[in-house]
Design a binder for this molecule. Structure first.
Ligand code: GLU
Length: 475
């Protein structure tokens, strides 16, 4: 049997960057090994789990292209299964009902602390006689189910972190369920990992201390052990646990901001893993083919937004134009999409200047409607409106002579060369660029004339001239 891994989010919060990285590494491992990647929603916490969070996870996985094998497993639909195994453990006296109240537990804990010991459950209820347990259960006394924790050293070889040892007696008899139909995380995860035939558990380092507990549960149930790999934490630039201050709460927020999945996958992959020769830009296929848990670092990864922006800008620059327009759709007014031709012409000029798709419309609006601007914008440096008028008139006359079919950068440049000798470069190219874009900063005038074509270029020059003229007649 090949490898089988699972991504097992609890839908108690948005699909965070850290969880997306865990999902990605599981997916990469499975795809590299030709194994299976399963999706399990750990929704046994009824109060905190919501459909909205589950949908956020699913939308995020789809967005970054992490396809899972088979159908989604939901723990809330498998309560019979957990009950079967819980009853088995209780029948075998490997687990027991505990009726201790919170006050009792608190008093016990304080007792341990006052003796300078690490607090844990004393195991009191494990000594209850069977009849006592039945009477208490029948009388409806609230109870939980605890596992009998053996005193041993749990050892495992973490694929990333090497040999790890835990003294299990420090845990005490942990609670594995609140009742036969309310399993807790560690128990449900072990049952499912077994039932789903998971071979490798790849998850965040924050789960490291759950692993020995899960190994004890596995042993009690007679399940074989699995391989473990604990991924390094992701820290913020302040070297503390990554918070919302630095990274959006949900991976889907990155989509809404205009990041693209190729960049996101590339970025996430580098949060803890790196390829040979430390390359930074890698396609999904390259990452899949080179991915190995052996190359995942132990040290924490640090979130670096500039790197994400740089990667995103890089992917946007090199993306096929038709695909670019496809991904751009949610970010621009619907009318723009009807002007495919213009969009294609604006694209190469604008995409050079953006890091996210959401910036596109703000930089491209003058392509789709005549811009508003003050006539003074047309004046180059210390120039005057008269001089600008003169220059724009001559520009129009020169451009008029180029045929519409030959109206490209080179033709425009040769047509304007004589004028630059007469007026100076600034006085030719500045007003032309300003007349076309209506902006202080924009792509260069030659690129703009080519993108607009002859008719639109001339029409905007005329509008600029009229703007100057009408304001003169108002004085
Ligand atoms: N539901 C757990 C979480 O979201 C899964 C941990 C695991 O992969 O075992 O953190």
């Amino acid at each position: 049997m090949g490898v089988r891994v699972r991504f097992a989010p609890s839908p108690t919060g948005f699909f965070s960057l850290g969880n997306a990285r865990t999902a990605l590494f599981n997916w990469l491992f499975a795809r590299h090994e030709g194994g299976e990647f399963l999706l399990r929603i750990e929704d046994t916490d009824k109060e905190r789990s919501t459909k909205e969070f589950e949908e956020d996870v699913i939308a995020g996985l789809r967005w970054i292209g992490l396809d899972w094998d088979g159908s989604i497993t939901r723990q809330s639909e498998r309560l019979d299964l957990y009950e079967k195994y819980l009853r088995q453990l209780v029948a075998e006296r490997k687990a027991y009902h505990c009726f201790c109240t919170e006050e009792e537990l608190e008093a016990e804990y304080q007792g341990f602390l006052s003796q300078g010991l690490i607090p844990k459950y004393s195991g009191k209820c494990s000594h209850l006689k069977e009849e006592e347990v039945q009477t208490k259960l029948k009388s409806g006394l609230p109870s939980v189910i605890r596992i009998v924790m053996p005193s041993k050293t749990a050892v495992f070889n973490d694929i990333i972190r090497g040999k790890i040892e835990f003294k299990t007696e420090l845990f005490g008899d942990i609670i594995i369920a609140k009742g036969f139909r309310s399993p807790l995380y560690n128990f449900a995860a072990v049952v499912d990992d077994f039932e789903m035939q998971v071979t490798d558990v790849i998850r965040g380092e924050d789960h490291l201390s759950n692993t020995p507990k899960q190994m004890i549960i596995q042993e009690a149930l007679g399940f074989p052990s699995v391989h473990y790999a604990h991924l390094p934490l992701i820290l913020g630039p302040d070297r503390k646990k990554l918070s919302k201050r630095y990274a959006a709460a949900s991976i889907n927020d990155f989509r809404r901001e205009g990041y693209i999945p190729e960049a996101m996958v590339n970025f996430l992959a580098l949060l803890g893993w790196h390829p040979e020769r430390d390359r930074e830009v890698l396609s999904r296929a390259e990452i899949v083919s080179e991915f190995s848990l052996k190359r995942v670092q132990k040290a924490s990864a640090v979130y670096n937004e500039e790197k994400l922006n740089w990667l995103n800008a890089n992917y946007l620059k090199n993306m096929d134009a038709n695909k670019f327009i496809e991904v751009l759709k949610p970010f621009v007014p619907g009318e723009w999409l009807l002007e495919k031709d213009l969009l294609h012409r604006a694209l190469p000029l604008v995409r050079e200047r953006i890091t996210k798709l959401s910036e596109f419309s703000g930089l491209a609006d003058y392509f789709f409607s005549v811009p508003e601007y003050a006539k003074e914008l047309l004046i180059w440096k210390e120039g005057t409106l008269e001089r600008t008028t003169e220059s724009l008139r001559e520009i129009a006359e020169s451009l008029e002579k180029i045929s519409a079919r030959q109206f490209n950068k080179e033709a425009v440049q040769s047509a304007l060369d004589p004028l630059t000798l007469k007026f100076g470069r600034g006085e030719v190219y500045w007003p032309l660029r300003a007349a076309l874009s209506g902006r202080v900063a924009s792509p260069g005038p030659l690129e703009l004339t080519e993108a607009f074509g002859k008719t639109e270029t001339l029409s905007r020059i005329m509008l600029a001239l009229e703007k100057i003229k009408s304001s003169e007649s108002m004085v």
